[in-house]
Design a protein around this ligand. Structure first.
Ligand SMILES: *Cc1c(COP(=O)(O)O)cnc(C)c1O
Length: 433
């Protein structure tokens, strides 16, 4: 998170004070750094340079059109999981020919749309889906490019809700069944076997599970590539990021460290995986990172409304809530929280909570924070991935605005929802009128 930093006591995003964005756009407010987005993309791209590759940014992490445009310009392809996401990529000027379509539940309509747009590949998750794609492609007189997602049964050692590469979960086809499936798929007239895909989980901070999966899969890819003329091997996404200062060593502002020690970073990732991928270096390597690119490129800014002391606790009640950022409630995740104006003084153990009527509506518990009061602003860091995209209107709260910063410039890239928009699709039936 190199482009959110204090200059003196003031928090900046690139060349702009976050305070000035709050004045202009209000809160709750998502702020993204364009430079951080491209830096993350370029770092990964450069680390993988020794091998022919395509990075397909997983847009479910953050699908704002401005974010997609930024990454498309940097040369990124896209990993989409719905027709809506594919339409977003197109709306942002992205190339469908650089898109892979993932997900266990693709409908016929979605498959038809993706085929017409000429996507690079479907990442197929079941044999039934393979037959459906074959049928839809036949009707359109097209050849459907596919890669089957193999489940290598490797434990990514991450949170249960984001582990995907073991036989406990719904994703992919078991390792032992893949070769027989490719043999059957090769007989389907409208299917073109183009690659093999895997994705073992999200927020991996250790390279070992990746090494295990790649080591296990490479001999299989060699055999399948030879037999069926595969073009690519996709090793999915899942690269984790630093959320918590305790993971970094000795830095005052941990997120300004170029690379926190011991944490997975592009150089380490490439250094350990590229040698293992040598036997398939004649293929194109695909990567589908989401969080790694967007996570630390965004913050959520919120206003302190009340500070409430009960017998036991100090509650800091803010104007953002779980409907704006659900990660703490959903995954027990940690977000660093800092004031826009750095201050000294004693730290107070605080619970930072939103106004929603749920005990799950909190951002931090027993967190040492500087003393804040009504009207102060706080930034929740590392909120660029799985933040806005998971926002809802629970408690009839409009979704927040999003701003993109580039150098000294800032642009509103999504306006705050209005109240009228919240119920604009609703009608009262005639018999109630
Ligand atoms: C979610 C997902 C990704 C991206 O995961 P990150 O942890 O954000 O990198 C990539 N590929 C597939 C198939 C996914 O489901």
């Amino acid at each position: 998170m190199h482009d959110f930093k204090y200059v003196g006591r003031t928090l900046y995003c690139e060349g702009v004070t976050v305070e000035s964005l709050v004045k202009k756009f209000g809160t709750p407010l998502y702020v993204y750094s364009e430079k951080t987005l491209t830096d993350h993309f370029n770092k990964l791209d450069q680390a993988l340079a020794p091998m022919e590759h395509l990075i397909c940014y997983a847009i479910k992490a953050n699908s704002n059109l401005a974010v997609l445009r930024t990454l498309g310009r940097a040369g990124s392809g896209f990993d989409v999981v719905s027709e809506g996401e594919l339409r977003r990529v197109i709306a942002a000027g992205g190339d469908p020919g650089k898109c892979v379509f993932a997900g266990v539940g693709k409908t016929e309509d979605e498959i038809r749309f993706a085929l017409k747009q000429g996507i690079y590949s479907f990442n197929v998750e079941s044999e039934a889906e393979l037959h459906r794609i074959d049928r839809v492609a036949g009707k359109l007189r097209k050849q459907a490019p596919v890669a089957v997602r193999v489940n290598p049964n490797v434990d990514a050692g991450t949170h249960a809700k984001i582990t995907t590469g073991t036989y406990e979960n719904k994703f992919g086809i078991a390792f032992e069944e893949i070769e027989a499936l490719y043999a059957r798929a090769a007989k389907l007239k409208n299917i073109r076997l183009r690659g093999l895909q895997t994705h073992i989980g999200s927020q991996l901070t250790d390279v070992k599970p990746f090494e295990k999966a790649v080591t296990k899969l490479v001999p299989l890819v060699v055999r399948l590539a030879e037999k069926y003329g595969l073009e690519f091997f996709s090793i999915g996404g899942g690269l984790g990021i630093v959320y918590q200062p305790a993971l970094a060593s000795g830095a005052e502002t941990w997120w300004n460290q170029p690379e926190a020690k011991g944490i997975l970073n592009p150089a380490l990732y490439a250094q350990r995986l590229l040698p293992l991928l040598k036997p398939v270096s004649h293929l194109r390597l695909l990567l589908e990172p989401g969080r790694f690119i967007a996570g630390n490129a965004g913050i959520l800014v919120t206003r302190v409304e009340y500070v409430k002391r009960t017998g036991k606790k100090n509650f800091v009640i803010v104007d953002a809530a779980m409907n704006d950022l659900i990660r703490p409630a959903f995954y027990d995740s940690y977000h660093e929280i800092v004031p826009l104006n750095k201050r000294g003084g004693k730290l107070i153990s605080s619970d930072v909570v939103g106004p929603i009527c749920e005990s799950g509506d909190y951002f931090a518990k027993d967190r040492p924070l500087p003393k804040v009061g009504e009207g102060d602003h706080l930034a929740l860091l590392s909120a660029g991935a799985y933040g806005f995209v998971m926002a809802s209107n629970y408690n009839t709260r409009p979704t927040p605005a999003e701003v993109l910063v580039q150098g000294k410039r800032a642009a509103l890239v999504r306006k705050r929802q209005t109240f009228e928009e919240l119920w604009s699709g609703e009608t009262v039936p005639t018999w109630l009128k």
